[in-house]
Design a protein around this ligand. Structure first.
Ligand code: HEC
Length: 180
C-alpha cells in the first residue's frame, strides 16, 4: 500500500512537472504563434530602461524572458536549441509610486513580441511574432527587425546577448569548458 502511494506521488510529481514545462512553440491554423500562458514564469534574462535603438527616444522599461527549457539547455551548451523562444515585454515607466521619492518602476504593457528559433525559413533561422495577447502573427522578413538583429547580433544567433548578462556569462563558461 505504501508503495502504491509512493508510485502515485511520483506520477503526480511528473504530471506537475509536465504541466509546468514548455514543449516548444505551437501555432494556429493561420500560422500565428500561440502565446504561451505562463510567460510570466519564464526566467528574465535582461532588463533595460530607455534603451533607444530606433531613434524614437522612448523611455520604456523592457524585460526579456527566455523559455525555461531553452534557458537550461543554453546554460549547459552555450547553444540555443530549436524552439527557443524569447519574449520581449515593453512597459511604460511610472514615477513616484508611494513610498518612492525618485526612480521609476514598471507601469502597463505597451508592447510584446516573440523571437523564436523555429526554422521556418531554413535550418537555424528565427522568426519574430507579435504583437498580441493570445496569438501573434509572424512579422514579414522584409521588416527592419530582421536586418538590425542580423547586423548587430548576427554572431550570437541574432539574439541581443550583449543585453543579457547571465546568458553572456553562460556562453563564455560553455566555450571555456569546450576548450578543456
Ligand atoms: C535598430 C535595431 C533593432 C530593430 C530594428 C529591432 N530590434 Fe529587437 N532588439 C534590439 C535590441 C538592442 C534588443 C535588446 C534589448 C531590449 O530591447 O530590451 C532587442 C531585443 C528584441 C527581442 C528580445 C530577444 C532578442 O532577440 O534579443 C525581441 C523579441 C525583439 N527585439 C523583437 C523585435 C521586433 C519584433 C522588431 C521589429 C518590429 C525588432 N525587434 C526590431 C534591436 C532592434
Amino acid at each position: 500500500m505504501k508503495r502504491l502511494f509512493g508510485i502515485a506521488a511520483a506520477l503526480l510529481a511528473m504530471g506537475t512537472l509536465a504541466a509546468a514545462a514548455f514543449a516548444g512553440p505551437s501555432y494556429d491554423a493561420d500560422g500565428r504563434i500561440v502565446i504561451p500562458e505562463n510567460v510570466d514564469r519564464w526566467p528574465t534574462v535582461g532588463t533595460t530602461y530607455a534603451l533607444s535603438y530606433e531613434g524614437d527616444g522612448g523611455t520604456t522599461l523592457n524585460s526579456v524572458r527566455l523559455d525555461p527549457e531553452s534557458y537550461d539547455a543554453f546554460v549547459k551548451t552555450g547553444v540555443f536549441p530549436v524552439g527557443a523562444t524569447f519574449a520581449l515585454e515593453v512597459r511604460t515607466p511610472l514615477t513616484e509610486v508611494m513610498p518612492a521619492k525618485g526612480g521609476k518602476t514598471q507601469g502597463g504593457v505597451v508592447g510584446r513580441s516573440l523571437h523564436v528559433k523555429d526554422e521556418k525559413a531554413g535550418p537555424g533561422t528565427w522568426t519574430f511574432y507579435g504583437p498580441g495577447a493570445k496569438v501573434g502573427a509572424a512579422i514579414p522578413r522584409s521588416q527592419a527587425c530582421y536586418a538590425c538583429h542580423q547586423e548587430h547580433a548576427g554572431a550570437t544567433d541574432t539574439v541581443f546577448m550583449q543585453f543579457y548578462p547571465t546568458l553572456k556569462e553562460a556562453r563564455e563558461r560553455a566555450a571555456a569548458a569546450a576548450k578543456n
